[in-house]
Design a binder for this molecule. Structure first.
Ligand code: GLC
Ligand code: CA
Length: 561
């Protein structure tokens, strides 16, 4: 069996504070708002909260551009509010994992202000400065948020690198003083008593010195910084993480998860190695990238089920015994999965959740996922708030690469703002999120889709999530759910996602991933024995050679003898 660890037995709930709960009517979620909803989070059965960034920030990228790592964003409250939240969470048995954004800072961070002041500034080398090439940027890299990844700075007449917006200059991790400053700051938070870090784009912190152009494909204005050979998994990334582990992480009992864009199986086995010399686990993105092309993510393509299943299985078996998986379909950067891979229905939300949570790894629930919250009909580009979508729309239509209408449809399907509409608490105005004007539109389906209504309905998505999480956290089957291995069944089946969790008590998971009723014939790999139904979102289903599954029906059995 895998080595035991509390973070392997955990379920994490991600909160995007700006959109969770507004306590003072300014239209922006805040820390007192989160505090007021802690019982709701506890009652879901999770034991860890991942807070998206709450640090001081000019909010070019909603807090992923930090100007002070030791202060709280003004709109979110004060450090006293944070301390109160941490204490109240701990009282309820909830741990708090902080977002650690240290690939870059805000351009308004004092470090960058000092760095850009002169070529001889003491902090000059804290960021990545380069001369231009024949009056143009040093290479062809484009930022993840459109435009060149290089910004010309008139004061010292050089370019600085920003893999994200120009207000997010990349730190230079090769500079030892940068690592000292980051590790000091992390220690300061650990001493406060936080329980871990989710490390933003941590696979990008080590840049290769030569910085070659990235390949250009048709339809691309810039080479992608994320392309192999670009900034991901650079030459010293493991060395720096091991140093971080030695100097900070190993001194505390933490859950650490690296957001590792562009990670391969081989790399993930190093980042999340079972010896614990780097991180507990990583987020990899292959499964949520299957419906995008390397040129851009803006498409309405649907992933064929066999491709999705095989990809998930590759990570399940590829890390087995060597590293630990994180399980997610949703976060603040992804559209709502029930709209993306489902049909928006409550049954689809339950089915997708079952498919996800019964695999091996630590599951992450993104706020509102437990209600089956859907993509939002934003309409015109003016209703979006995210710089990624807004910039892409401008850049791609102005260059004549995309037709506005067609692009808008793809943005509606894929935009990050789909995940960022306010949490739907009840059917009062603005879904009970704020008494003021919300910073981003509320999904108009809130009068029927909200937490209060689902609290009262035993068949709701919310109640199903509670059962699903309890199965992993509290039931007599919990060791099997957490630690059993994984075997994919019928990889080519286009409608059914079925897998086994072999182990002392084998589990069988069958999910009808379509809106039609289906018959499923059990394959020979399913062990014989008396089967006990542990969970289903449909009529009780006994295990026979052929299963008649209702639309989006999912079921989990234990084979007990
Ligand atoms: C990560 C975050 C995303 C942010 C980006 C830059 O991918 O999840 O929201 O925009 O990093 O910090
Ligand atoms: Ca507020």
């Amino acid at each position: 069996m895998e080595k035991r660890a509390w973070w392997k037995e955990s379920v994490v709930y991600q909160i995007y504070p700006r959109s969770f709960c507004d306590s003072n009517g300014d239209g922006i979620g805040d820390l007192p708002g989160i505090l007021s909803k802690l019982d709701y989070v506890r009652d879901l059965g999770v034991n860890v909260i991942w807070l998206s960034p709450v640090y001081r920030s000019p909010n070019d990228d909603n807090g992923y551009d930090i100007s002070d790592y030791r202060a709280i964003m003004d709109e979110f409250g004060t450090m006293e509010d944070f301390d109160a939240l941490l204490a109240a969470a701990h009282e309820r048995g909830l741990r708090i994992v902080m977002d650690l954004v240290v690939n870059h800072t805000s351009d308004e961070h004092p470090w960058f202000i000092e760095s850009r002041a002169s070529r001889s500034s003491e902090k000059r080398d804290w960021y990545i400065w380069r001369e231009g090439k024949d009056g143009r940027p040093p290479n062809n890299w484009g930022s993840a948020f459109s435009g060149s990844a290089w910004e010309w700075d008139e004061t010292t007449r050089m370019y600085y690198l920003h893999c994200f917006s120009k207000k997010q200059p990349d730190l230079n991790w090769d500079e030892p003083a940068v690592r000292d400053a980051v590790f000091d700051m992390m220690t300061w938070w650990c001493e406060k008593g936080i329980d871990g870090f989710r490390m933003d784009v941590i696979s990008m912190i080590s840049k290769r010195a030569d910085m070659p152009d990235a390949p250009l494909e048709p339809g691309m204005l810039y080479g992608s910084v994320m392309a192999p050979g670009g900034v991901c998994n650079g030459p010293h990334v493991h060395e720096y993480l091991r140093e971080m582990n030695r100097r900070v992480l190993s001194r505390y009992d933490l859950l650490t998860v690296g957001e590792t864009a562009g990670v391969t199986l081989e790399e993930a086995r190093r980042y999340a190695n079972a010896d614990g010399t780097e991180l507990s686990m990583v987020f990899q993105f292959e499964h949520v990238g299957l419906d995008a092309s390397p040129a851009d993510k803006w498409s309405t393509a649907r992933v064929p089920l066999p491709a999705l299943k095989k990809n998930l299985a590759k990570w399940q078996t590829g890390l087995e015994g060597q590293a630990w998986n994180s399980l997610f379909f949703c976060n603040h950067d992804q559209p709502r999965v029930v709209s993306r891979w489902g049909d928006g229905s409550p049954q689809a939300a339950k089915c997708l959740a079952t498919a996800l949570h019964m695999m091996q790894g630590t599951p992450y629930v993104y706020q509102g996922e437990e209600l089956g919250m859907t993509n939002c009909p934003f309409g015109p580009i003016g209703n979006y708030r995210d710089l990624e979508a807004i910039n892409a729309y401008r850049e791609l239509t102005e260059a004549g690469l995309r037709e506005p209408e067609e692009l808008l449809e793809a943005i509606a399907f894929k935009a990050r703002d789909n995940a960022r509409t306010p949490m739907q608490w009840d059917d009062s105005p603005n879904a009970g999120f704020t008494s003021g004007t919300p910073w981003i539109m509320v999904n108009p389906n809130y009068p029927t889709l909200n937490a209060a209504a689902q609290e009262a309905d035993p068949d709701s998505v919310l109640q199903y999530f509670r059962r699903l999480i309890r199965l992993r956290r509290e039931s007599r089957w919990k060791d099997a759910v957490v630690y059993n291995r994984f075997t994919l069944l019928d990889p080519e089946d286009e409608h059914i996602f079925a897998y086994l969790r072999p182990g002392e008590t084998p589990l069988l998971v069958v999910c009808n991933m379509t809106p039609e009723a289906r018959l499923y014939r059990l394959p020979p790999e399913v062990p014989a024995g008396r089967a006990e139904l542990l969970l289903s979102n449909g009529a009780p289903l006994s295990l026979g050679p052929e299963l008649a599954l209702a639309p989006w029906q999912a079921a989990v059995w234990a084979v007990v003898s």
